[in-house]
Design a protein around this ligand. Structure first.
Ligand code: UP5
Ligand code: MG
Length: 203
């Protein structure tokens, strides 16, 4: 369908680790398109015709991971839309995905051979810092999961389901870990010097 497979960097880290913030900075500086799986799910939830609205809403509030068929179809459509508009836009930061084994298997089933996963950027941050950032943001974000109850569940899900996925990629030498507990610009300085690797991957 397209001349070139989409080139993908998965961006992972706990809730509030700064995935979205750092992706925005990468996009300002390099030719990448940012796709946040969480943002796509929230968008889908708010579409009145969506048959998944109620399901997505309850999964997000409970900090549970939405069935992969829904998430993949949103990601795939977003990639296709971007590449159709501009054939030079084939590099993607996929933020907040894959979060569990179901996500990983779903990706393999649907995207193997259709997209190339280059590496994983892992924003590493203590649970305490993550929770505080989200609670702070919760004062104005309007996100239904930026409250204490949801955050406890989000952290549990992250530790139980997402960390093992990051570890799997680590075993294959595919993870670039960044200390995300520091100030935004300090973190971004590291993202940039993730350098050799990033340049080699065409950032
Ligand atoms: N902030 C950022 N960096 C900072 C820094 N260095 N110093 C100080 N403050 C910093 O940042 C969070 C807040 O911290 C902001 O206020 C920011 O200004 C500040 P942000 O960049 O938004 O962090 P991010 O890691 O993107 O946090 P987010 O809350 O988006 O992470 P989650 O992974 O929890 O949320 P996501 O949107 O990815 O997923 C939400 C839910 O959707 C999931 O819980 C799940 O239910 C569902 N979901 C799926 O089911 N499947 C998916 O594939 C994806 C999501
Ligand atoms: Mg985010």
């Amino acid at each position: 369908l397209f001349a070139m497979n989409p080139q993908v960097v998965f961006v992972l880290g706990g809730p509030g680790a700064g995935k979205g913030t750092q992706c925005a900075k990468i996009v300002e500086n390099y030719s990448y398109t940012h796709l946040s799986a969480g943002d796509l799910l929230r968008e889908e939830r708010s579409r009145t015709e969506s048959e998944y609205g109620v399901l997505i809403d309850s999964y997000i509030k409970e900090g549970k991971i939405v069935p992969v068929e829904i998430t993949i179809s949103l990601l795939k459509k977003a990639m296709e839309r971007t590449m159709k508009k501009d054939k030079d836009k084939f590099r993607f930061l996929i933020d907040g995905f894959p979060r569990n084994e179901d996500n990983l298997q779903g990706w393999a089933r649907v995207m193997d051979g259709k997209a190339d996963v280059k590496f994983v950027l892992f924003f590493d941050c203590s649970n305490e810092v993550c929770i505080n950032r989200c609670l702070e943001r919760g004062k104005s974000s309007g996100r239904t999961d930026d409250n204490k109850e949801s955050l406890e569940k989000r952290i549990q899900t992250y530790l139980q389901s997402t960390r093992p996925i990051i570890e799997q990629y680590e075993k294959h030498g595919k993870v670039h870990t960044i200390d995300a507990s520091r100030a935004v610009n300090e973190v971004f300085a590291d993202v940039k010097t993730a350098g050799g690797l990033i340049t080699a991957q065409g950032f």
